[in-house]
Design a protein around this ligand. Structure first.
Ligand SMILES: NC(=O)c1ccc[n+]([C@@H]2O[C@H](COP(=O)([O-])OP(=O)(O)OC[C@H]3O[C@@H](n4cnc5c(N)ncnc54)[C@H](O)[C@@H]3O)[C@@H](O)[C@H]2O)c1
Length: 380
């Protein structure tokens, strides 16, 4: 585990471990790269972790000033200034995908811990280089696979782990509609800024991570097809996919399907994952995260989040009592709090790292290869 760059000054009277300063109470100084949707989400989570947004850098001085003020950053900086600032201990990369690898590598080289948005790289080779740089640095890296931080996905994971059987089937889908119309456009549509996979790299990666995290199994092979609703958007030819369907095989021999779309009318952020073992099935829906469906041959139930009924990790993430609904930002806050605890040298099970980002890149690469070559693709 790494040490923080900030020196620790022991008070003169602190001779025993009991009197040593409690580092858990110290705020970290964070820098955010990118002042869009996720810059805001990360900024709120950093403050919730009782830490400081010491600097923010976005694409232009004007947009940086607006975002820094909105997010409450101490200073509006350029990306170069932020990465060179010795007082910034952790860098959050919240920019378009094609910039992640360079920013993360520079932050690690400067001795800073890195929270990097998914996908960590736009290609498998880039993700491999990032994971290698993370290993070599000894610093903490984290990737916001945020669905791991809902109390009920942790609960599903604990219950699945207690069940000795292998997974039999998986039914996974992640559906959105914000790119439904031909006039809908975004940097993600363009492969040069978003990467060669759009729908799967953007949201399918969350589905894969949650599936492998909750089951403890791996996707060992898949067969995928991709679709594109609009051949052009904003007058440009589109090279990235709107939809993906994949048939998967798991390490325990189970099978399943994953359906991903950014053009599904009426679906906003509908991640749904249903996992079946011979004794029970579990279904989680991201838009209704306070409920876990537990299916049984006899006696199925809707498990409402109630700390009294949850295993330790689900209880830990239940920061308010039953009936006081938790959602996306709360899960994100929990992710950043865990990342910061690990930076401070504490243990936090289930923190997604660059190794998990690499894993998502590997599966995304297999999806594109399978669709392109119309064949089953094994995943190491
Ligand atoms: N983990 C999650 O739940 C989640 C959810 C949404 C998006 N994301 C990821 O977060 C990242 C950002 O997505 P977003 O929705 O916030 O996008 P966005 O378009 O809302 O924001 C991107 C920001 O980056 C700035 N920017 C662009 N190029 C830059 C550069 N070279 N240097 C500095 N700033 C630059 C833009 O001005 C903008 O402020 C993406 O990688 C995306 O995949 C993750």
């Amino acid at each position: 585990m790494t040490t923080m760059s900030r020196p620790v000054t022991l008070p003169a009277a602190a001779h025993s471990a009991e009197e040593a300063p409690d580092r858990r109470a110290e705020p970290l100084r964070a820098g955010i790269l990118g002042g869009g949707f996720m810059g805001d989400v990360h900024g709120r989570a950093i403050r919730a972790a009782r830490s400081v947004v010491a600097g923010l850098a976005s694409s232009t001085p004007e947009s940086t000033a607006v975002a820094a003020s909105r997010i409450g950053a101490e200073r509006a900086l350029t990306p170069d200034e932020l990465l060179a600032d010795p007082s910034i201990e952790v860098v959050h990369v919240c920019t378009p995908n094609a910039t992640h690898a360079e920013y993360a590598a520079r932050a690690l080289a400067a001795g800073k811990h890195v929270v990097c948005e998914k996908p960590i790289g736009t290609t498998l080779a880039e993700a491999e280089r990032m994971a290698e740089a993370a290993r070599a640095s000894g610093l903490v890296t984290a990737v916001p696979f945020v669905n791991r931080f809902h109390p009920l996905t942790r609960e599903a994971r604990d219950r699945l782990a207690e069940d000795p059987g292998a997974v039999t089937t998986v039914l996974g889908s992640y559906l959105q509609d914000w790119l439904l119309e031909q006039g809908d456009d975004d940097w993600r549509v363009d492969a040069t800024t978003g990467g060669p996979s759009r729908a799967f790299g953007d949201i399918g990666s969350h589905l894969v991570d949650l599936l492998e995290f909750t089951t403890g199994e791996r996707i060992v092979s898949l067969r995928a097809v991709t679709g594109r609703l609009h051949a052009t958007r904003a007058g440009r030819a589109v090279a990235t996919e709107d939809t993906v369907a994949a048939v998967i095989t798991l390490s325990g021999g189970g099978i399943g399907t994953l359906t991903v779309s950014q053009v599904a009318p009426g679906r906003k952020n509908a991640l749904a994952l249903e996992i079946a073992k011979p004794t029970a099935s579990y279904r989680f829906e991201q838009e209704d995260p306070e409920v876990l469906w537990v299916g049984r041959r006899r006696g199925s139930e809707l498990l409402l989040r109630d700390p009294d009924q949850l295993h330790a990790d689900g209880r830990r993430l239940s920061i308010v009592p039953a009936g006081h609904a938790l959602g996306y930002q709360n899960a994100f806050d929990a992710f950043v709090a865990d990342a910061y605890a690990v930076i401070r040298g504490e243990q936090r099970p289930g923190l997604p790292t660059f190794e998990d980002g690499l894993r998502a890149a590997r599966v995304t690469d297999a999806v594109l290869a399978s669709a392109r070559e119309a064949r089953d693709v094994p995943i190491p």
